[in-house]
Design a protein around this ligand. Sequence first.
Ligand SMILES: Nc1ncnc2c1ncn2[C@@H]1O[C@H](COP(=O)(O)OP(=O)(O)O)[C@@H](O)[C@H]1O
Ligand SMILES: [Mg+2]
Length: 229
Amino acid sequence: MTTYIELKGIRKTYHPARKVSVEALRSVDLEIKKGEMIAITGVSGSGKSTLLHILGFLEHYSEGSMFFETAISHKLSATEMAKMRNQKIGFIMQDFALIPYRSAYENIELPLIFAKVPRKDRRNRIRVLSEKLGIKDLLRRKVNQMSGGQKQRVAIARALINDPELILADEPTGALDRKTKHDVMALIKSIHEEGKTIVIVTHDPEVAELADRQLHIDDGTIEYGVCKL
Ligand SMILES: Nc1ncnc2c1ncn2[C@@H]1O[C@H](COP(=O)(O)OP(=O)(O)O)[C@@H](O)[C@H]1O
Ligand SMILES: [Mg+2]
């Protein structure tokens, strides 16, 4: 497998106003192969979300170097960051991050509108994907009228609609009951089998087991990796 993403000596320091600065990541080295699925574990505050945010162009890193097929400057503009996110990355968040008073359809459609996909193509793509994810009957329903599992499926659809190369999932099963968790796990597994690269943050050993490799973060440092390959 070829190297897809490489982080070398990545540091991230937050400088909150009127507070002491926080070193969220300290010299992280990480190589991610195309098609690989990596699980990241670690206690609360250890830097898991920060790492996902840097991988997903939501935040700049402070020091080090990052390659995403090519070198990525830590000085990308907000527009360049948004473009990378829209073209390459699908996010699945624990709290779903959907617009509650809009329909599933409208939520899933947003990344397509941002990518300037014509209306007819948007409709076709949403129809095909929603059939695959079993949410066809939910498309017209408002998100605030859905169960946790239904919301998570809609959030997964929104993450996948642009056919991203990389899926970043932050505690995607944390808010779900057992049965729904297993459904979502099966879905993530099938996405992985289709060849997508996945980085998933989880506290759940059962979910981490799905991955090819497990990394543990402690206080902003990657501790060890268990590799199945
Ligand atoms: N925007 C921010 N401003 C200041 N500190 C932050 C910010 N985001 C995260 N942190 C701090 O960075 C550290 C790592 O946070 P985070 O990556 O969210 O950890 P995790 O996801 O593992 O719980 C924590 O000490 C957290 O308080
Ligand atoms: Mg977090």
